[in-house]
Design a protein around this ligand. Structure first.
Ligand SMILES: *Cc1c(COP(=O)(O)O)cnc(C)c1O
Length: 362
């Protein structure tokens, strides 16, 4: 048994000296937050990296999502998935909107477009799909439904930074997309996030919405503080330089997992999507019909100091906060009850991947 602890993830960092050099100018300017030079520089770098017309930074992904919901002036009901992190559902509820839970597709684990229309009512104002694990949903089908019913589409793309379909970044689907730059994400600013959007008229609303609602001497709305600091923006500027190499290293890890675990009875791996360049954010395995349950596998790995995570369990429509029961989304329930995400980060060694797979296959 090895004493080395392996967690689900290990945050990537730029070389120490690179970050120090990046923040040096802050000691001269003493401009530490409130949309300074680093903030502007990162927004510009992200527009370029994502090939997106508009990017507004936030202090985290959650407030970015709340900011986007507010900027579109949504009311009533929002169709969304319960197979996500609490943030998605929290943002909807905290914005005074009612989440209406739609089931997921059994292959991509994202919102199932075939089940959306039955949930649309006169109160529906938007669809909030989640690109879980960086997997794309059927964006064309969702767009068609949204156009037909006059709905906004706002993606929770927290997992999907760097994902492209036929060369187009996932940031450019729908009306807007939220990215999280939390330390555990593929690209991070320690804490941070952004909204990417197609209509530049939203810029002012998002800027006001992340700064207490301040506009001149007036307050336009009771908005929170969602500003990203210069230190966080500087981390993003550095990390963006390394991102492609980190994604390439993640790809190696994922390919090793796939080589070891493909075809093992009782294990279902995430399907690769045609035309999609993945960011290899997560490696989910569905334990179904094999000798061991997901919970038994997780416990066995933990005994060896390997800490996989049940992303996402429980479903948000099974959590106390919102008052739903989860029975309306049976596919999501099944996946949530059987899925385990294995450790995945750029530095994860091939022999550690092999060891994890051996423990799972034993
Ligand atoms: C990480 C995450 C968020 C929240 O982002 P923060 O930057 O941590 O606020 C929202 N949705 C999903 C799916 C996430 O994984």
């Amino acid at each position: 048994m090895s004493a080395k602890r392996i967690n689900i993830t290990k945050s990537a960092l730029p070389p120490f000296e690179e970050y120090c050099e990046e923040i040096r100018s802050l000691w001269d300017s003493r401009w530490l937050t409130n949309m300074g030079q680093k903030h502007q520089q990162l927004e510009a770098a992200l527009r370029e990296y994502l090939g997106a017309p508009n990017v507004t930074l936030f202090t985290n992904g959650h407030l970015a999502l709340e900011g986007a919901l507010a900027a579109f002036g949504l009311a009533g009901e929002v169709i969304t998935t319960p197979f996500t992190f609490a943030s998605t559902t929290n943002a909807i509820v905290r914005s005074g909107l009612k989440p209406v839970f739609c089931d997921i597709d059994p292959v991509t684990y994202t919102l199932d477009p075939a089940k959306i229309e039955a949930l649309i009512t006169p109160e529906t104002s938007a669809i909030v799909p989640v690109l879980v694990y960086g997997t794309l949903c059927d964006t064309e089908a969702i767009d068609t439904i949204a156009k037909k019913h006059g709905l906004k589409v706002i993606y929770d793309a927290a997992h999907a930074f760097g994902v492209k379909k036929n060369g187009v970044s996932a940031a450019n689907f729908g009306d807007a997309a939220m990215f999280s730059f939390h330390a555990t994400k593929v690209f991070h600013t320690v804490e941070g996030g952004c909204v990417v959007y197609q209509d530049s008229a939203l810029r002012e609303k998002l800027d006001v919405g992340k700064n207490f609602g301040v506009c001149g001497e007036d307050i336009l709305e009771a908005a929170p503080n969602g500003k990203m600091s210069e230190f966080h923006a500087a981390m993003g500027i550095c990390n963006l330089r390394h991102l492609d190499a980190w994604i390439a290293a993640r790809k190696q890890v994922v390919e090793r997992y796939r080589a070891n675990l493909s075809g093992v009875a009782g294990l279902k791996l995430l399907k690769e999507q045609a035309g999609v360049a993945s960011n290899y954010a997560y490696f989910p395995v569905v334990f179904d019909g094999g000798k061991y349950t997901r919970d038994e596998a997780a416990a066995q790995l933990a005994e060896h100091g390997i800490f996989a995570r049940k992303y996402f369990y429980p479903l948000t429509n099974n959590c106390t906060a919102y008052g739903f029961h989860g029975d309306e989304t049976p596919v999501a329930k099944h996946v949530s009850d059987h899925v385990l995400c294995l450790p995945l980060y750029p530095e994860l060694a091939a022999e550690d991947v092999d060891r994890i797979c051996e423990i799972i296959c034993e």
